[in-house]
Design a protein around this ligand. Sequence first.
Ligand SMILES: Cc1cc2nc3c(=O)[nH]c(=O)nc-3n(C[C@H](O)[C@H](O)[C@H](O)COP(=O)(O)OP(=O)(O)OC[C@H]3O[C@@H](n4cnc5c(N)ncnc54)[C@H](O)[C@@H]3O)c2cc1C
Length: 382
Amino acid sequence: MTQRIPVIVIGGGIVGASCALHLNRSGYEVTVVEAGTVGHRATRLAAGAFRSQFAHPEETLLTMRSHEIRDEIQARSGVDFGFRRVGFVLLASDEAAAAELNARRGFQSDLGLDIRDLDGAELRALVPGIATDDLLATRFTPADGYARPQHVTRLLMQLAVDEGVVLREEASVVDIESDGIGQASGVALADGERLGAEIVVNASGLGAATVGRMLGTALPVGPRRQHQFFTGESAGIEPSKVPNVMERSRRLYLRGEGGGFLLSTSSADEDHRTDTDVTWPLTDSLRATLGHRWPAVADLPITDGWVGCYPITPDDRAIVGADPHMAGVFHAVGLGGHGFMHGLSTGEAVTAVVSTGSWGTIDLSPLRPDRFTSAPSGTDVA
Ligand SMILES: Cc1cc2nc3c(=O)[nH]c(=O)nc-3n(C[C@H](O)[C@H](O)[C@H](O)COP(=O)(O)OP(=O)(O)OC[C@H]3O[C@@H](n4cnc5c(N)ncnc54)[C@H](O)[C@@H]3O)c2cc1C
């Protein structure tokens, strides 16, 4: 029997869990080192949306492949990720937003995405009472939906552990070691323990810049605040039947959650902040936005709210691929506001790159790790 190649995965969020499962299934001997507990960082705070409409084909393909992988894992392993296939509607009510949606239309269809233009009546049938008079473009992708990120991540990690992955929680990687000639040889943990490995996968989310510094590699992944709120129960509308709705120019996203809704918004004024304090006055502007777009939801009581931080890069695209400085090290970080939906396919992508140097499904070169020259300082939120 051939010996399995040892791999350390740094981070037990959705990306680390997915990398661990895929690498293990490809024959590697995988240990996940997680500073806290599984899925306790950005993954825990995600809204859970799966969206296929993006500005670039790579991100659209990553979501399309994630849909397939989710279904493949469920069929093979008998788990239920609780995915709700309600679809995703993107709205554009100004010229710039409509031009953006129109510019993507062609390549998205060419990729085989089921994407539909909705008129006002069709949209109102999906989202009862929504105001449609000022909309210039409405695009609907019926295969999209949402799931609970923590549930999905814990199921994935449990599957990985059941299949042989070793999970080390409450253990932080403080250094990546090399054999002296540029090949990874393992990691050092905060308590002084050393774990040997020929391959190290960095799936550390907002810990990326710190991990990058261990290698001399600029991984400019920083936090961007995003607010989320729960509403109380809605009478008259069945939230579980409502698709994900996003109007980017109004910084509005919503989906059903129990008997009410999950609302998400952000403020450009706060993009420099790294704390997670809730700015409650944002609920006023959110209500005003909803009062215009969907009055039926605007008056629902807000029952809870929190802030999470997207792990974003300067060009708002993920960093996936081989480290430019140390052989055997691979990065899967900076997945921004798309990391939950792209986690499943990113795990497969990383496994292919580790095994063969590339991924046949998608050209990952736009996401290559050597495209940045400097990392921000003081923005790590590991
Ligand atoms: C409010 C909000 C809403 C969102 N909504 C969506 C959505 O609807 N759909 C979507 O697709 N995405 C969404 N996202 C984005 C998504 O949550 C992230 O992109 C995704 O969770 C990133 O996963 P990750 O595994 O890379 O990072 P994380 O979940 O942050 O995991 C990284 C892990 O690495 C560990 N770690 C870091 N450094 C070290 C170290 N040195 N040693 C050991 N462990 C370490 C951390 O403890 C952490 O657990 C949202 C994010 C937020 C904040």
